[in-house]
Design a protein around this ligand. Structure first.
Ligand code: RIB
Length: 313
């Protein structure tokens, strides 16, 4: 393994986030006034990659953007964040993905994505990135690109002995069972856990129940994130599920907090493999809690220098 090559590889999405801040989420058919609008860099895959990079990971992104200004700007954004762009492909056949995001006064959000070019990332692109994927320590995937391509990436990594983190977002009710058996870490939030299992997740004990259902489908470790309530870990190695709480903060904007958590987790798995999963989750929770205290997605993600240095011990 060459430490100079990317150690965290994300195969996933890039979106341009079009964000409106409003007092509350509008009802169907309703028009309401917002207080602010801004455009930012988002997409679950890219968010996770950029958080890992800001913590000091060597990262590469495998993704597809359009041959448009949003796509060109995104490539510049990766470069500024020291993400390897060798596998950021461009297409003239679709526009760069976009996300319309509404954030209410409590920092909660509603998001619609139009994935566009993300859905054109294909097997040929993965073939070009195979050496980078199998040369990494950790690969991270989500569901904002084609599920078939996502599963193929997880299979390539798994076969090559690379640890896999899979974030089934947005969730698909009838997920191919192979996703579970190719995920070392399967990490979803409350609503995704509910779609995947049918178990309503309103509390840590609900999360344990849903996590146990997911674990039985073949993954090694299941994490169910619970926003301000932290995260529940259900693992094959430990019969007792664990609830890792997070310290309470005043949330300004929770958009992308789960991505900050996953980018941080990928960083710790790649660079601090000796830590227990509980400790990695605790540290990743802290990093995600910093991200919710500022507006925007990647704009709110901390750099290594902004964090207490004992997080890196
Ligand atoms: O998880 C947050 C992200 O979801 C946003 O950045 C948006 O682009 C959507 O992909």
């Amino acid at each position: 393994m060459d430490p100079a090559s990317p150690q965290v590889v994300v195969v996933g999405s890039c979106m341009t986030d079009l964000v409106s801040l409003t007092p509350r989420l509008p009802k169907a058919g309703e028009t309401i006034h917002g207080s602010k609008f801004f455009i930012g860099f988002g997409g679950k895959g890219a968010n996770q990659c950029i958080q890992a990079s800001r913590l000091g990971a060597r990262t590469a992104m495998v993704c597809k953007v359009g041959e448009d200004s949003f796509g060109n700007n995104y490539i510049e954004n990766f470069k500024k964040n020291e993400v390897c762009t060798d596998f950021v492909f461009q297409t003239g056949a679709a526009a760069t993905g976009a996300a319309s995001i509404i954030v209410n006064a409590e920092g909660q959000n509603a998001i619609v994505i139009v994935a566009g070019a993300n859905l054109l990332l294909d097997s040929e692109d993965l073939t070009k990135a195979t050496a980078a994927i199998t040369g990494a320590r950790v690969i991270v995937c989500q569901l904002e690109i084609s599920p078939e391509v996502t599963l193929e990436a997880l299979k390539i990594a798994h076969k090559g002995g690379v640890r896999t983190i899979f974030n089934p977002a947005p969730a698909i009710a009838d997920l191919d069972p192979a996703f579970y058996t190719h995920s070392n870490i399967f990490c979803c939030n409350e609503s995704e856990a509910e779609i995947l299992t049918g178990v309503q997740v309103r509390s840590p004990s609900d999360a344990e129940a849903a996590g146990s259902v997911l674990l039985a489908r073949g993954c090694h470790i299941v994490l169910v994130t619970l926003g301000g309530e932290g995260c529940v870990i259900v693992s094959k190695e430990d019969p007792n599920p664990k609830h890792i709480e997070t310290h309470k903060v005043k949330a300004v904007d929770t958009t992308g907090a789960g991505d900050s958590f996953l980018g941080a987790l990928a960083f710790f798995m790649a660079y601090y493999p000796q830590l227990s999963i509980e400790e990695m989750v605790k540290r990743s929770n802290h990093i995600a809690s910093v991200s919710v205290q500022a507006a925007g997605t990647q704009t709110s993600y901390p750099y290594r220098r902004d964090l207490p240095q004992d997080i890196f011990s």
